[in-house]
Design a protein around this ligand. Structure first.
Ligand code: SAH
Length: 241
């Protein structure tokens, strides 16, 4: 059984464990959701699965939960990195939320040649990933990495990780993901509104670990492409089946 309210906490969880609440969490549970002592709250911390807890203390600025039973084991997503070039604020928020829901293990904002924004609010994006995990019943929260230049990331690319390079210029050809072995580390790369530069495209297509993928004959917006690419990958190689 899970409680109606689900909360991510940055505290260890285990039988009988007390979980102190931050000011924001206390405000949310007792001010917004109007919970009182004795109420049930489901919590997870990204490491110890999901636990059913009971409110032991409820204050305006603080509070305490007590862990009762584990309601879900930790379920890790497949080893999938999601790389995207940040676009406008609301669409970037959407992309991070969807990547967390769709089961990315890590979210990596990358700066490409045609990326409009040179800065991201990493803490805000991380908060969106937490909220998405709270919403979707996940027990894991993907880390949102700091913005890094795509070429630097490619310079230090980990051995053995495959890259699904979603290229809007590649209309027509589709990589058959179904033919690949499952359980391998992968990454998905989605470009910015301006697409990829010729230089980036020629570097990417020359990399032995990169596989060019078409998402159909229409040019999708980056946020749409993000969801489409993760759907394809999850269906063929991920934890859907
Ligand atoms: N301005 C570009 C489009 C960029 S779309 C142009 O007009 O060509 C943003 C990103 O979404 C692309 O860089 C790519 O990663 C992905 N994308 C969109 N449509 C796609 C398609 N049909 N196939 C593969 N990737 C696509």
């Amino acid at each position: 059984m899970s409680a109606k309210v689900r909360l991510y906490v940055d505290q260890p969880l285990g039988a009988g464990q007390s979980v102190p609440l931050s000011r924001d969490q206390a405000h949310y549970l007792f001010g917004v959701m109007r919970l009182t002592v004795g109420a049930s709250v489901s919590v997870f911390n990204g490491k110890d699965g999901e636990w059913l807890t009971e409110v032991a203390e409820a204050g305006k600025r603080a509070g305490l939960l007590t862990c009762q039973t584990q309601t879900k084991p930790l379920q890790l997503p497949p080893d999938l990195w999601f790389l995207f070039a940040p676009i406008k604020k609301a669409r970037t928020d959407f992309i991070v939320e969807k990547a967390a829901e769709m089961g990315a293990a890590r979210i990596l904002p990358v700066q490409t040649e045609f990326t409009n924004s040179e800065r991201i609010r990493q803490d805000r994006l991380q908060a969106h990933a937490v909220e998405a995990a709270e919403q979707c019943g996940g027990t894991y929260v993907p880390e949102v990495a700091a913005l890094e230049r795509l070429d630097r990331l490619l310079d230090t690319w980990p051995a053995g990780r495959q890259l699904m390079f979603c290229d809007e210029a590649e209309v027509g050809s589709a990589l058959s993901l179904a033919a690949r072995e499952k359980g391998q580390p992968w990454a998905i790369l989605i470009g910015p509104e301006g697409g990829f530069s010729d230089r980036e495209r020629s570097r990417l297509t020359g990399l032995p670990f990169a596989h060019v993928v078409s998402l159909g004959p229409r040019i999708l917006r980056a946020d749409t492409a993000a969801v489409a690419a993760m759907t394809l990958w999850q269906q063929a190689l991920g934890d859907w089946a």
